[in-house]
Design a protein around this ligand. Structure first.
Ligand SMILES: Cc1cc2nc3c(=O)[nH]c(=O)nc-3n(C[C@H](O)[C@H](O)[C@H](O)COP(=O)(O)OP(=O)(O)OC[C@H]3O[C@@H](n4cnc5c(N)ncnc54)[C@H](O)[C@@H]3O)c2cc1C
Length: 258
């Protein structure tokens, strides 16, 4: 559904990273963790393609949806200039989010950079159903670290940074050992493709099943333009599935990386 949504709050929470909350009661009621909204950042012809951003939090009582994004190029730079009170053109929620499994005792959440935002709503829903949550989040440096406090509301959080300026020095996969994942029924991961590949490999070795949220450049966002396909091995054959409509979340065992 396309809606004109009033911006309720728009703040820079880390260098070049913004928290954007908008009023959209229908989306706040229906969005599930791992889904995304597709935002038109301007009426100008230069920005005819919408920008996909993951749902970070929903608050059905306030009718609000929060996304957290990093300024990447011209579109997100334009978005960052919009102030509270302005109207935002939002399509969504779109895509298939992270499936929840009611019987899970423990889940490990793995996020990298601006792949961390969708894990916050996921952690909240897992905790609400009684699943213990442990999050492992990685950033390049302390200045880009976001949302650890929000995740800490729902369970333990381990942080890694490439330069060692916060938490453990190194990659998130350095934390994922046999002892660490003991008792975990499932993992959920979102982040840059090299991180997803490494996490997929590590967790397969540790025999924990999970889900990956893929990031592909998108056009329409609802499966018409076929601009965001990714090879997925399903039903015994490799299929080019649409990240926007069939994903962005896929079972980790089905995702092929070339
Ligand atoms: C399902 C999904 C969820 C996402 N969630 C988040 C999030 O929560 N926070 C966040 O910071 N970023 C997120 N991204 C990435 C974000 O969409 C891009 O950083 C953003 O579209 C860049 O737009 P731009 O105009 O600033 O950059 P430009 O590089 O100028 O963009 C040019 C075009 O490429 C597309 N594009 C560029 N980079 C990406 C990318 N990585 N993925 C998809 N399309 C891209 C843009 O939408 C635009 O159409 C998500 C991407 C996807 C696919």
């Amino acid at each position: 559904m396309v809606a004109s949504a009033r911006i309720l709050r728009h703040t820079e929470i880390a260098r070049g990273i913004f928290d954007l909350r908008f009023f959209s009661p229908d989306a706040a009621r229906t969005a599930t963790p791992g889904q995304f909204v597709h935002i038109r950042v301007s009426d100008s012809f230069d920005f005819v393609l919408r920008r996909p951003l993951s749902v970070c939090r929903v608050d059905p009582s306030e009718g609000s949806v929060t996304v957290v994004y990093r300024v990447q190029g011209a579109g997100t730079r334009r978005l960052a200039t919009m102030a509270a009170g302005a109207q935002l053109d939002v399509l969504g929620p779109l895509g298939q989010g992270f499936p929840l499994h009611a019987g899970d005792v423990r889940a490990v959440l793995v996020g990298g950079g601006v792949g961390v935002p969708p894990l916050v709503e996921l952690a909240a829903r897992l905790a609400a159903q009684g699943t213990a949550v442990t999050s492992v989040v990685g950033f390049q440096t302390r200045a880009q670290a976001i949302l650890q406090d929000e995740l800490a509301l729902y369970g333990d959080v381990r942080t890694t940074t490439d330069d060692g300026s916060l938490g453990l020095r190194g990659l998130v996969t350095g934390v994922l050992t046999q002892g660490f994942v003991d008792g975990a029924n499932r993992y959920y991961a979102c982040g840059p493709t090299p991180m997803l590949q490494a996490v997929q490999r590590t967790m397969a070795g540790l025999q924990v099943p999970g889900y990956l949220s893929l990031e592909e450049r998108m056009g329409c966002g609802f499966g018409i333009c076929v601009g965001c396909v990714h090879p997925i091995e399903r039903d015994g054959r490799v299929q080019n599935l649409k990240t926007c409509k069939d994903g962005p979340v896929f079972p980790a065992g089905e995702v092929l990386f070339t």
